[in-house]
Design a binder for this molecule. Structure first.
Ligand code: ZN
Length: 66
């Protein structure tokens, strides 16, 4: 087993998906759901009711609270 540079066993990664509306550009950040992928059709836009798509999937490291 080789160690991964920058990996910290104490910090967990939170994965998010960004849904983007191709018409008005509205972006919605939500928690990643298994099966999500970039260009996947997502929810209807809350502004213009057009079909949004997942434009980005990324992970953030959660900061330990307390
Ligand atoms: Zn829209």
């Amino acid at each position: 087993m080789s160690s991964v540079p920058g990996a910290d066993k104490k910090s967990k990664l939170l994965v998010y998906s960004i849904e983007e509306c191709p018409v008005c550009g509205q972006k919605t950040k939500r928690a990643f759901v298994v099966g999500d992928y970039v260009t996947k059709e997502a929810a209807k836009c809350t502004k213009c009711s057009n079909q949004t798509r997942v434009s980005l999937v990324y992970a953030e490291s959660s900061k330990p609270s307390g």
